[in-house]
Design a protein around this ligand. Structure first.
Ligand code: SF4
Ligand code: SF4
Length: 137
């Protein structure tokens, strides 16, 4: 197997700028576990959660957003209001397969996210565990 470009690890510490929660064309895909966790966190049924906070895009369930494109759970003064139950996609950023596909892709994302390449060093093993869904950032 070819060595990965992050064999020495990668740095990431979110500074809470909110950029990734407010990108107008950002999409948060939900897995069954996310739907269960979010409904439980909000104290409502999964049916109510799906009806109030989601829609479908093709075969995918995705979070709604505000008319300005910001995530339905983002508040300018508080950040993410479902943080403890935030979806897997949010919990594993930026260690997504698509971003880790090449160093160029990682550097490209670093231009958009000021938390990339700073702060906590994640080892290669930790990054792989996050990719497998066994660990969060
Ligand atoms: S863009 Fe990066 S630093 Fe800003 S909130 Fe998102 S993950 Fe954190
Ligand atoms: S669920 Fe929370 S962390 Fe995820 S995009 Fe929305 S506000 Fe951001």
């Amino acid at each position: 197997m070819n060595p990965v470009f992050y064999s020495e690890g990668l740095r990431f510490s979110c500074i809470g700028c909110g950029r990734c929660c407010t990108i107008p064309d950002g999409v948060v895909f939900l897995e069954s576990e996310d739907i269960r966790n979010l409904a439980q966190y909000l104290g409502i049924s999964e049916e109510e959660f799906l009806q109030k906070y989601t829609h479908t895009e093709g075969k995918f369930v995705v979070l709604n957003d505000f008319p300005n494109g910001e995530c339905i759970f983002y508040r300018r003064d508080k950040g993410c209001v479902v943080y403890p139950a935030r979806p897997r996609q949010c919990r594993t950023f930026p260690f997504w397969d698509s971003i880790l596909s090449s160093p160029e892709r990682w550097d490209e994302m670093a231009k958009q996210c000021p938390g990339i390449n700073r702060g906590k060093l994640y080892s290669c093993e930790e990054i792989e565990a996050i990719r497998r869904g066994e660990k969060d950032t």
